[in-house]
Write a protein that binds this ligand. Structure first.
Ligand SMILES: [Fe+2]
Length: 353
């Protein structure tokens, strides 16, 4: 056995009512001027959390928007500097975390994330902003949240649709970590644990949104999925989802929901060890078929056609995916990727390649 492993440098505070520990966490970092970033709709949902900060909180930026547009992140940075804040606290999901990362990257101020969706972005070094129509991303370990707080109570109001699609994104991070380039026995262990937690928690969270045990499992799986991306990397699945999001406008959770069974089928014969682990974690006899059945069970979108993708754009999407995928267990060629996209377009049961 031979591997490199670098743990994600972040403290995790997990559990019901853990958001109420925010003031303690900020104080431990020596922060005495906290600015909060969130969406406008979030402020009333988290007023009890903000109250716990008392005088520590010097301001709230409530203008977060989807995909973290550059002008929004820069307005938040300006407010942070005007307030002379020294800790940025993000309460929200991926797009709001983008604001926190933009501020941390430029000021060096520590970032605390109270994760209200299980997206995993808080533990990755990837930062990004929407500049024009293009998402520009970079990598810097200093944008990883210094402390991440996971309180399942804050996730009970996520709709069934979003629970399912965000959950499929987390599941995809875990699944792909099992065959990504820099995987290790440690990332494999986290990925399998994440798959177990997500496949146990997602159906129950969708059926009963206030089931806190189910919500905890989903949040735990989402947390692990972020670590999986950081520790192991991504392959064809996520590259394809980024292509579908960039030029073809398909939201990330939705593209993940549709594509994952097909990306796994694409690699099914090339990565047998990873497939055994997926089947083991899910308790199924087929990796791609098991994921396809799971997606059906939780009611997420099943075809690119359903998501409004045009069949005439599949050639372009295949070409872009081939150009942008530096590593994948099965070699990435135009004909095979186009064939996979046709299956995903129609939403038929995936066939291994
Ligand atoms: Fe993702």
């Amino acid at each position: 056995m031979k591997f490199d492993f670098k743990p994600v440098p972040s403290k995790i505070v997990f559990g019901e009512n853990s958001a109420l520990k925010l003031a303690d966490e900020a104080a431990h970092m020596g922060g005495h001027r906290v600015m909060i970033a969130c969406t406008q709709g979030m402020v009333s949902r988290i007023s009890h959390v903000i109250e716990t900060l008392g005088d520590l909180c010097v301001g709230i930026f409530d203008g977060a928007e989807p995909h973290c547009p550059e002008h929004v992140a820069m307005a938040a940075l300006e407010q942070f500097e005007t307030l002379k804040a020294n800790i940025i606290v993000v309460i929200g999901g991926g797009s709001t975390i983008g604001i926190g990362k933009a501020i941390t990257l430029r000021t060096g101020a520590p970032l605390i994330v109270v994760a209200t969706t299980p997206c995993g972005s808080e533990s990755t070094p990837i930062h990004g902003m929407l500049i024009g129509n293009t998402k520009k991303t970079g990598r810097d370990p200093k944008v990883i949240a210094r402390t991440s707080i996971y309180d399942p109570i804050l996730t009970t109001s996520i709709s069934a649709h979003h629970t399912g699609t965000i959950g499929m994104n987390s599941l995809a991070h875990c699944v792909e970590a099992l065959y990504a380039k820099v995987r290790s026995p440690v990332s494999d262990m986290m990925a399998m644990e994440g798959i177990k937690a997500l496949t146990s928690g997602l159906p129950r969270s969708i059926e009963n949104p206030t089931d806190l045990d189910a919500r905890s499992q989903v949040l735990y799986g989402g947390m692990l999925s972020g670590h999986c991306v950081t520790l192991a990397g991504i392959a064809i699945h996520h590259k394809l989802c980024h292509v579908l999001g960039g030029h073809h406008g398909i939201p990330h959770g939705e593209s993940n929901s549709v594509v994952l069974p097909y990306a796994v089928a694409y690699n099914e014969n090339a990565a047998p060890d990873a497939m055994d682990k997926i089947m083991n974690a899910m308790g199924t006899k087929s990796a791609s078929g098991g994921i396809f059945d799971f997606a059906t069970k939780i009611g997420v979108p099943k075809s690119l056609k359903e998501l409004g993708m045009r069949e005439e754009d599949l050639d372009l999407a295949a070409r872009e995916t081939v150009e942008r995928t530096p590593y994948n267990p099965k070699s990435v060629d135009q004909r095979s990727v186009r064939e996979m996209l046709q299956q995903a377009f129609e939403g038929v049961r995936p066939e291994p390649f």
